[in-house]
Design a protein around this ligand. Structure first.
Ligand code: NAI
Length: 296
């Protein structure tokens, strides 16, 4: 199966941390992109964020002004789900809740043509379960980007029990054509990376909760001595605690409450406080005044 041609319109639903980045990736690959978000102003904010990031590349001479103009010009804002009908591939990157994702996909089924591929960027929900209520679950596939989507190479292509192998192949080829390193996996809880990474977050939070060391110390050890690009606390702040906590809960539930995946009360506290990490200016660290470097 070959990649979707550049003439295919890509719709992205959810213009937050991931959706905006995915829109950038698809537009950079030459596709026209329709970006939609249910929250007023969020799609424009998402595109503005992409423009801000890329304008720094223009300023530093890493990107031509003409390429910048063309890329940003390829991202159009959509004001309803119905406006996504011209898309050949819809990538959903909304809140990590099964009921909300199911509802969006069942609305899309009635709005989009029969050949449209429906993809979810879910981090941990079952692709099989998301597709369960659909008339055509065979065209639903996981297309799991990593954060930040424009920089991270990996894309997990996740097949649910009903996913048509040709659909998974098309998404695999498309991700590769977009310069990514795709990997195929079945829809098991957490897929590959979010399953393997759970103990990285959980044990770090337990070490902190037991008073053994601070987040800054643990991060420094893992980053500077352990060879990880980011420590667990700075990475959770980047991901967003609402998202990371939802993923842990989902993996915990999916493995029948196996205590290896027990969610952290420290992280629950951050979610309850609305301290969601970089995106809200505060998480384990303080990003006051847009500080690039977190303050412990
Ligand atoms: P986010 O909170 O930054 O953005 C989500 C956006 O979706 C918000 O702008 C919200 O207004 C919008 N939204 C919510 N419900 C909607 C609906 N019914 N229709 C249209 N828009 C809606 O979340 P983020 O981090 O971008 O995560 C999105 C998805 O990507 C989740 O499924 C998450 O698990 C997954 N993901 C997140 C990663 C991360 O590091 N944050 C990494 C990989 C996947």
């Amino acid at each position: 199966m070959t990649a979707l041609p550049n003439s295919t319109v890509i719709a992205v639903i959810g213009a937050g941390t991931m959706g905006a980045g995915i829109a950038q990736v698809a537009a950079a690959a030459g596709h026209s992109v329709l970006l939609y978000d249910a929250m007023d102003g969020a799609a424009a904010k998402g595109r503005d964020g992409v423009a801000r990031t890329l304008s720094k590349r223009v300023a530093s001479g890493k990107m031509d002004q003409a390429d910048y103009d063309a890329l940003i010009g390829r991202i159009a804002l959509a004001d309803s789900l119905a406006a996504l009908a011209p898309a050949g591939l819809v990538i959903e990157a909304i809140v990590e809740r099964l009921d909300v994702k199911q509802s969006v996909f069942s609305q899309l089924e009635d709005l989009c043509g029969p050949e449209v591929i429906l993809a979810t960027n879910t981090s941990s929900l079952s692709v099989t379960a998301i597709g369960a209520g659909l008339k055509r679950p065979d065209r639903l596939v996981g297309m799991h980007f990593f954060n930040p989507a424009p920089l991270m190479a990996l894309v997990e292509v996740i097949s649910g029990i009903a996913t048509d192998p040709a659909v998974a192949q098309a998404i695999y080829a498309t991700a590769a054509a977009w310069g990514k390193k795709p990997v195929q996996a079945k829809s098991t809880p957490g897929f590959i990376v979010n399953r393997v990474a759970r103990p990285f977050y959980a044990e770090a939070q337990r070490v902190y909760q037991e008073g053994a060391a601070s987040p800054a110390t643990i991060d420094a050890v893992m980053r500077d001595c352990g060879g990880f690009r980011m420590g667990p606390f700075e990475l959770m702040d980047l991901i967003g605690h609402d998202v990371n906590f939802a993923v842990t809960n989902s993996v915990f539930d999916a493995y029948f409450k196996d205590e290896r995946f027990l969610p952290s009360l420290v992280q629950k506290d951050l979610v309850d406080a609305g301290w969601l990490g970089r995106k809200t200016g505060r998480g384990f660290y303080d990003y006051a005044d847009g500080a690039e470097q977190p303050q412990p």
